[in-house]
Design a binder for this molecule. Structure first.
Ligand SMILES: [Fe+2]
Length: 90
């Protein structure tokens, strides 16, 4: 059975002192930021017959990703008590 994402995040962050786990979380945060930017661009560039529905769909998705980015960054910093974690991922 698959573990919930929140449990996986929590377990991984408990290993944040481990350089491999730390780097993995930095990569995840960078990827989530890139995904957010990509979805926001798709939102702006929506056009054609499905303009409005596409525009709204991309909006909902990037807003969801934004919440995930916030959660990842806050838990990473809170768990490690190290704000350089965030700096290294941006
Ligand atoms: Fe918009």
């Amino acid at each position: 059975m698959t573990k919930p994402a929140r449990q996986l995040i929590s377990e991984a962050l408990n290993e944040a002192a481990n350089p491999v786990a730390r780097r993995w979380w930095q990569n995840l945060l960078a990827a989530a930021n890139a995904l957010y930017t990509m979805l926001y661009t798709f939102h702006w560039k929506s056009k054609g017959a499905n303009y409005y529905s596409d525009h709204e769909l991309y909006s909902r998705i990037y807003e969801s990703v934004e919440e995930d980015i916030d959660s990842i960054a806050e838990k990473a910093i809170g768990t490690t008590n190290d704000d350089s974690f965030f700096d290294a991922a941006t």
